[in-house]
Design a protein around this ligand. Structure first.
Ligand code: FHN
Length: 426
């Protein structure tokens, strides 16, 4: 895909870490429908149980998330070290989490709550300095005859009906999102199953016509995005070219699902963050708030722990570039990220009292542990210029607790032999 690499995507690669929020009527169900579980992802409850539109709509009458506090969500993201927040404005169930004149199936007109959470979030994000993006399911819409995905209420699907749905719901709602909520950093489209190349291009152009600086996610489909979107919970093997974003769940479901207790630890999530940045990708980490509007306690504790780590080690993440030695053997101790004259080693596992890095041509002026700037680590370097072979050994501090970050300050702009292999050690 041809992602754009210009000043408009700079903020995204600077940010590196954001919060994804999946919230909607499905959050009320917790992934259970009439006593039956929805396997895997709770937000698919309507489709997995083939719930008729009229029956699903009735959930709106019970959606009254009085505990929703936009400021609290935005502060939780900032405290975790996140720089942007992307919230589901309309997921596949077709329900708008904002006041929409294009469809009555929206939170202000169809629920007792009557508030517009996106307006409140826009204000809260502005106040705390977070960029705000909107997830929008452009292809699947189980509420509409023309949208894809609902073949139990609407068995007849035609390209004409899909095109009409784009005109009558998608574009008008995008217009609302891009005119009523201030600056929108990005529109996070999703599941481009049936959308045609010209329709993806048209949606991108439509977004840019309303807000030229608003980015369009790779999942607008057909390679039309401004930046690349990885698969759910995907970790690439090698660094990617241009701006890319990885995304993932803390447990397995995106939407709130209390029975899904398969949470990864904060350190595992940090491992994913460092791994993605070392491959030149951002990390959009999901939270699925409850039907009342609270973040689940498991998410809150992980966000807090991540935030504590980011306050010390954020330098290795924000605006950092990928590993300079992508085809080198994959170090088991962790991941490498770079800045102009620094290499950061995120150490997740230690094997003895030393760590090895191959391929770095620069002399290391200084090696320290982030958060312990005054204490220099001793390093040993071996260079065989005739073979472009370089080995660095860092003596690990016995007092440091993983995960921690070693900063190597180099004698000039970072340079490396990307193909250096440990096996050349003879
Ligand atoms: O079907 C959706 C899913 O519910 C969730 O929104 C994820 C997030 O990336 N996107 C789709 C599956 O890839």
């Amino acid at each position: 895909m041809n992602v754009r690499q210009d000043h408009l995507t700079d903020w995204l690669t600077q940010a590196r870490f954001g919060m994804f929020v999946h919230w909607g009527l499905y959050s009320l169900t917790g992934g259970t429908w009439k006593g039956a579980d929805t396997p895997w992802v709770a937000e698919w409850v309507m489709r997995k149980h083939k719930v008729p539109v009229r029956e699903y709509e009735a959930l709106a009458g019970r959606f009254n998330p009085v505990k929703f506090d936009a400021r609290k969500w935005a502060e939780a993201a900032v405290d975790a070290g996140m720089k942007y927040l992307v919230v589901t404005s309309k997921h596949h169930d077709g329900f708008a989490l904002f006041h929409s004149r294009a469809s009555g199936f929206n939170i202000v007109d169809a629920t007792p709550f009557k508030r517009d959470p996106l307006a409140e979030l826009a204000e809260a994000c502005r106040d705390v300095g977070l960029k705000l993006g909107f997830y929008y399911s452009q292809d699947q819409d189980w509420h509409e005859p023309g949208g894809s995905g609902n073949n139990w209420d609407f068995p007849e699907k035609t390209p004409e009906a899909f095109a009409a749905y784009l005109e009558s719901k998608v574009k008008p709602q995008l217009r609302e999102l891009l005119t009523n909520y201030g600056d929108v950093a990005l529109i996070w489209f999703d599941t481009p199953y049936t959308i045609k190349p010209e329709q993806s291009q048209e949606l991108k152009a439509f977004v840019h016509s309303l807000q030229p600086r608003c980015l369009v996610s790779g999942r607008v489909g057909n390679g039309a995005g401004d930046y690349g979107s990885l698969g759910d919970n995907q970790l690439p093997d090698y660094p990617l070219e241009g701006p890319w974003e990885g995304l993932g769940t803390m447990n397995e479901s995106w939407g709130y699902k209390p029975s899904d207790t398969h949470y990864r630890s904060a350190d595992e999530l940090l491992n994913t963050l460092c791994g993605l940045v070392s491959k030149n990708a951002n990390y959009l980490l999901n939270v699925g708030p409850t039907g009342e509007g609270n973040f689940p306690p498991e998410a809150v504790s992980r966000l807090r722990r991540i935030g504590r780590w980011m306050r010390v080690n954020g330098e290795a993440i924000y605006g950092a570039g990928p590993t300079p030695t992508p085809t080198c053997f994959r170090p088991l101790w962790g991941f490498t990220t770079t800045k102009k004259e620094a290499v950061y080693l995120s150490v997740f596992k230690t094997f003895g009292d030393k760590l090895e890095l191959y391929g770095l041509r620069n002399a290391v002026r200084r090696a320290t542990v982030l958060g312990h700037d005054g204490l220099e680590l001793s390093v040993r370097q071996e260079h065989r210029p005739e073979m472009d072979y370089h080995k660095l050994v860092v003596c690990l501090p016995p007092w440091a607790r993983t995960p921690y970050v070693i900063k190597l300050e180099t004698d000039g702009p970072v340079s490396a032999n990307a193909k250096s292999y440990a096996s050349a050690d003879f």
